[in-house]
Design a protein around this ligand. Structure first.
Ligand SMILES: Cc1cc2nc3c(=O)[nH]c(=O)nc-3n(C[C@H](O)[C@H](O)[C@H](O)COP(=O)(O)O)c2cc1C
Length: 356
């Protein structure tokens, strides 16, 4: 408790330190960890440094407008919550707290397939929300989830396609003896049905046709890195894709999300919305992705640190901190609205060269 009061985070990176100080190490590691040597985890952050912003002066914007739309839904800021499993590990209100915070911030909450709270309970407190699906080995589990989520008002279905098997998190493996049971207890499936059932290496693009027969919800595919996969996603009728390497938790040495973004945007121009996640911690990170063509970004670990430190208010504080940074940085950059955050706002690190 003393620890909790001592540390007053002033930015998202400090929220991680505050959470580290108060969480049991085995729980902190479940969230913080990445695959193998953490090459991709680190690359997600390092990629932002390859780009610089090119501000315009004296534009006279007395306020900046952060509103945008994603898949037809208006949100108050271009920042949403990424799907994350078992949030009750971090706070007893778990997904209920995160969903309520997203609602208060005017943005979208994404409920994970492996959540620790039921679809029905989350729907009762959420504002606009999406449901994230895994294609489970037992497809009936997936079918049941999609139908329940649609019936309770999910406005899109996010299908995570980067997980034919689980990436190896060695820090977590070392701690396994101390794992809380809640880490593997999923609220939306009948008890016992999950063992070994999450990851199905047989899943492939044809499964999307089957999913489309289950629901008329817009489909968003999460975990795209290769421009060819992005094209295929839109060929299959996806409304949006999420450029993502699962926060560096799946294939280690996979390309950083931001590094994958420009080619994906170029390959799919105008065919659907491109979202992105992985390593977003600063307003300038968000602006770099938007300038490179992303519609909005999703936040993973930072909101979990907020949840651990302060429940619903902690998640809200994280969202508001990042929102305020984006707003201030837009004003400093001479951009008044989302449409002004375009390619002219960003340059590769180094001398300006051909633009002079
Ligand atoms: C503890 C944890 C659990 C996650 N669980 C899921 C999940 O169940 N489904 C999914 O699609 N992504 C999952 N992710 C990945 C996030 O949706 C997101 O891609 C990633 O966290 C973004 O990177 P960031 O944490 O650097 O913001 C999880 C991430 C973390 C940290």
């Amino acid at each position: 408790m003393l620890e909790r009061e001592r540390i007053q985070p002033v930015n998202l990176l400090e929220y991680e330190e505050a959470a580290r100080a108060m969480l049991p190490p085995e729980i902190f590691d479940i969230v913080a960890s990445g695959a193998e040597d953490l090459v991709t985890l680190r690359a997600n952050r390092a990629a932002f440094d390859q780009w610089r912003l090119l501000p315009r002066m004296w534009r006279g914007h007395t306020r900046v407008d952060l509103t945008t739309t994603v898949v037809g839904q208006e949100i108050a800021m271009p920042i949403m919550l990424a799907p994350v499993s078992t949030q009750r590990l971090l706070h007893d209100q778990g997904e209920l707290a995160s969903a309520a915070a997203a609602r208060r911030a005017g943005t979208i909450f994404t409920l994970g397939a492996c959540a620790s709270t039921t679809i029905e309970d989350v729907a009762a407190v959420a504002g606009p929300w999406w449901f994230q699906l895994y294609l489970f080995r037992d497809r009936e589990i997936s079918r049941d989830m999609v139908q329940r989520a649609a019936a309770r008002g999910a406005s899109a279905l996010v299908i995570t396609i980067d997980s034919p098997t689980l990436g190896r998190h060695e820090a977590v493996e070392r701690n396994r003896v101390n794992w809380p049971e809640s880490a593997t207890t999923f609220a939306n499936v009948v008890p016992g049905a999950m063992a070994g059932a999450v990851h199905d290496p047989a899943q492939n693009w044809n499964d999307l046709e089957w999913v489309a027969t289950l629901t008329s919800l817009p489909i968003i595919l999460k975990g795209v890195l290769d421009p060819d996969d992005a094209r295929i996603a839109f060929d299959f009728g996806a409304r949006a894709i999420v450029v993502s390497n699962h926060g560096g938790r799946q294939l280690d040495s996979a390309i950083a999300s931001l590094d994958a973004l420009p080619a994906v945007v170029e390959a799919t121009a105008g065919r659907g919305e491109v979202l992105i996640d992985g390593g977003f911690r600063r307003g300038t990170d968000v602006l770099k992705a938007l300038a490179l063509g992303a519609r909005a970004v999703m936040l993973g670990r930072p909101f979990l640190w907020g949840l651990a430190v302060g429940g619903e208010d902690g998640v809200l504080s994280v969202l508001e901190m990042l929102r305020d940074e984006v707003a201030r940085d837009m004003m400093l950059g001479g951009r008044g609205s989302m449409t002004e955050v375009d390619r002219s706002f960003i340059v590769p690190t180094g001398p300006l060269g051909s633009r002079i």
